[in-house]
Design a protein around this ligand. Structure first.
Ligand SMILES: Nc1nc2c(c(=O)[nH]1)N=C([C@H](O)[C@H](O)COP(=O)(O)OP(=O)(O)OP(=O)(O)O)CN2
Ligand code: ZN
Length: 139
């Protein structure tokens, strides 16, 4: 098996509804993202001959997905009143409303799916909320 690993990161704010602790309040993280791709075979021709994927293409794809969350308020759909969402947007704040609770586990899964949709042979996405808090999604 061959593999590559690329790292990305994004800074964002979030809160965990129903948490019953300090994380229910709005706070921020610098999320670190580590993506692993694997393949039994290497490319046969062209730019990606003898590669799992071009490091450049791989890194840019990871960065592009991280950018979709960067400097945004990540909001689980339905956890803020529509009038609050409208008020924040009318102030010019960028929100990313997501159909899941914004845990590191769910973010790892979402990033996995977005990278897979770009055609990368992803096998694992690790998401660190802090150097001590790490989650991953693996398939
Ligand atoms: N399994 C998970 N547990 C928690 C998640 C998560 O995504 N998955 N997220 C949070 C919060 O987002 C929180 O920001 C991080 O939790 P916590 O470790 O409690 O906070 P600190 O890093 O500030 O830790 P201190 O030890 O208080 O400094 C909670 N749980
Ligand atoms: Zn948090």
């Amino acid at each position: 098996m061959y593999g590559l690993i690329a790292e990305g990161h994004f800074d964002a704010a979030h809160f965990l509804a129903d948490y019953h602790g300090k994380c229910e309040n709005l706070h921020g993280h610098r999320w670190r993202v580590e993506v692993t791709v694997e393949s039994q075979e290497l490319g046969q021709e062209g730019t990606e001959r003898s590669m799992v994927a071009d490091f450049g293409r791989f890194k840019r794809s990871v960065a592009a997905v991280c950018d979709e969350f960067d400097h945004r308020l990540l909001v689980e759909q339905g956890t803020l009143k529509p009038t609050t969402v409208q008020a924040l947007e009318s102030e010019g704040f960028a929100l990313e409303v997501l159909p899941f609770r914004t845990t590191a586990e769910n973010l790892a899964h979402e990033i996995f799916c977005r990278l897979e949709a770009k055609g990368l042979p992803v096998v694992q996405v690790e998401v660190d909320e802090t150097p001590a808090n790490r989650a991953f999604f693996r398939r």
